[in-house]
Design a protein around this ligand. Sequence first.
Ligand SMILES: Cc1cc2nc3c(=O)[nH]c(=O)nc-3n(C[C@H](O)[C@H](O)[C@H](O)COP(=O)(O)OP(=O)(O)OC[C@H]3O[C@@H](n4cnc5c(N)ncnc54)[C@H](O)[C@@H]3O)c2cc1C
Ligand SMILES: *[C@@H]1O[C@H](CO)[C@@H](O)[C@H](O)[C@H]1NC(C)=O
Ligand SMILES: *[C@@H]1O[C@H](CO)[C@@H](O)[C@H](O)[C@H]1NC(C)=O
Ligand SMILES: *[C@@H]1O[C@H](CO)[C@@H](O)[C@H](O)[C@H]1NC(C)=O
Length: 343
Amino acid sequence: MSEKKLKIAVIGAGIIGCTSAVVLIESIPNVDLTIISEKFTPNTTGDGSGGLIYPYLPGSTDSKRIKKWINDTMAYLKQHFQSSDSGKLGIGLLSMYYLLEDREVFNYSDFDNVMISQRPMTSSELKQFSSPQKQWTKGVYVTTYYAECRKLLPYLLQQFKSKGGKVCQQRVDSVRQLIGKYDIVINCPGVEAGKCTADQSVHPIRGQVYRVSAPWIKHCVMAGNHYIIPNSDTVVLGGTKQLNNWNTNVDPIDSKDIMDGCSQLIPSVRTAQIVDEWVGLRPGRHEVRLEREVISDGQSHQLQVIHNYGHGGSGVTLSYGCAQEVLDYVQQIIASNNVKSRL
Ligand SMILES: Cc1cc2nc3c(=O)[nH]c(=O)nc-3n(C[C@H](O)[C@H](O)[C@H](O)COP(=O)(O)OP(=O)(O)OC[C@H]3O[C@@H](n4cnc5c(N)ncnc54)[C@H](O)[C@@H]3O)c2cc1C
Ligand SMILES: *[C@@H]1O[C@H](CO)[C@@H](O)[C@H](O)[C@H]1NC(C)=O
Ligand SMILES: *[C@@H]1O[C@H](CO)[C@@H](O)[C@H](O)[C@H]1NC(C)=O
Ligand SMILES: *[C@@H]1O[C@H](CO)[C@@H](O)[C@H](O)[C@H]1NC(C)=O
């Protein structure tokens, strides 16, 4: 076996690409790893997200896979929560009231053993959020984590670089361009997956949010379209989930709907100082695409591709678990000696 290093590229420096890159560089010996991305933190989708660790709009992905990925993410966050750096990393415990419509079919019991704790809300808890206009009758109280990407992503990139990882700010027009240049490509382009691969099933789910200063709010509240998610020093108020809408400008009609909806849950959000208003495009897909593919230039070169995109409103939640599965695939490729061109 020659001494040549295994060459891997990760497309995308969002939370999905960065967790994949860090897990690989920590686990694969003798690897030459590069993140190629057009945007970096603080300009990725996760940077504006609520960072709540709980399933939200994950399509119809097999619930066993979702459960395993979240479980792995929880274990990773626990490790960081217990370190003296958790404040700096934007990771903390979060108590959440998840209100459900009577007809809502979400089976939260699936996550009973995955969350830190979870139980049905009591009637007095439900009354905290009910008003003459809206009576809530069903909900679940959850203890989980938040992971604030604006703080976590710089840390992940620094970890990656300190272990010899390289970053390159560049757009990749097509994954095919990388055939012959790398042994393995981890494809994590988020909502733009349709452009660099031939997958037309990825679509935006537009999310608009406010970030406000409201240090008196200590609990997360989720209620249909509206949610309130405390982070380490701001609170996220959302939101919208508009399918196939690519507009990244703030829409004043949405702003009003968010403020009206959130203030029905906790009226004092109206008095909070607004820090930021932002729109992000969740990478929607009928299911998360996490799988292997081999592409070829029709001649002598082959490229092993591991796709990791389409996480909808749960990208932060699924990130570390998906990165672990990427590692499994890379180890399979190495074990089957499928990268013969270089090994
Ligand atoms: C308002 C809102 C709230 C949210 N709240 C939560 C939440 O509370 N919890 C949760 O788990 N999730 C939440 N999400 C979802 C979460 O933010 C996304 O699922 C996640 O950020 C997707 O990560 P990603 O790395 O796949 O994509 P992105 O962050 O979009 O990263 C993709 C990267 O790939 C790069 N790229 C794309 N195409 C190319 C190319 N051709 N060449 C080079 N580079 C390319 C981009 O520049 C970018 O760096 C929220 C989303 C929104 C919009
Ligand atoms: C983020 O975007 C802003 C505005 O386009 C730009 O000025 C800044 O350089 C970007 N940051 C990074 C790290 O790419
Ligand atoms: C969740 O992770 C724990 C270890 O952190 C493990 O013991 C358990 O089997 C896992 N459960 C699932 C459903 O993956
Ligand atoms: C909900 O999930 C739990 C745990 O996974 C399972 O035991 C139960 O049968 C499910 N209920 C429904 C209605 O699907």
